[in-house]
Write a protein that binds this ligand. Sequence first.
Ligand SMILES: [Zn+2]
Length: 161
Amino acid sequence: MQKRKKFLATENLNRLAKWLRILGYDTMILKNASFAKVRNVAQKERRIYLTRSSKEAKSPHRFSRLLLKSDNFQKQLCELSSILEYDQEKAFTRCPLCNRQLLKIEPCKIKSRIPKYVFENFQEFRYCRKCGRIFWQGSHYHKMKNMLKEIIDKDKQHPIL
Ligand SMILES: [Zn+2]
């Protein structure tokens, strides 16, 4: 089985990083890191470095990297769409803010922390052990899912189901 891609993004790609995590990709951001440090981490952890700097993209060092041309996260996702996939099993399993894998949790354990309507209408909840946020598949989820599928599957041939 092919290993799933991992990314390392510059701080100005924060929004893109959030969406890559929603797709389930391990996407790290190093704050205030030097280019040398970034290269080191990318090489060691086999991460693809994502940058908006053509200087960094053209540097003679040998490590995987991709230059993003747009400053809009949706266009950036389009730029990456050929190497991304929408995997139903992986999507929405990672915290968009912390990059941590989310854990499933029983609704009764978080009843006091979610709106009554949500508790009554949803069965599956996941939470982030780092930031404590709770996630469920509300209307927001469907909008995000459609947006991602549209971008990623746009250029790929898919049979109409
Ligand atoms: Zn989190």
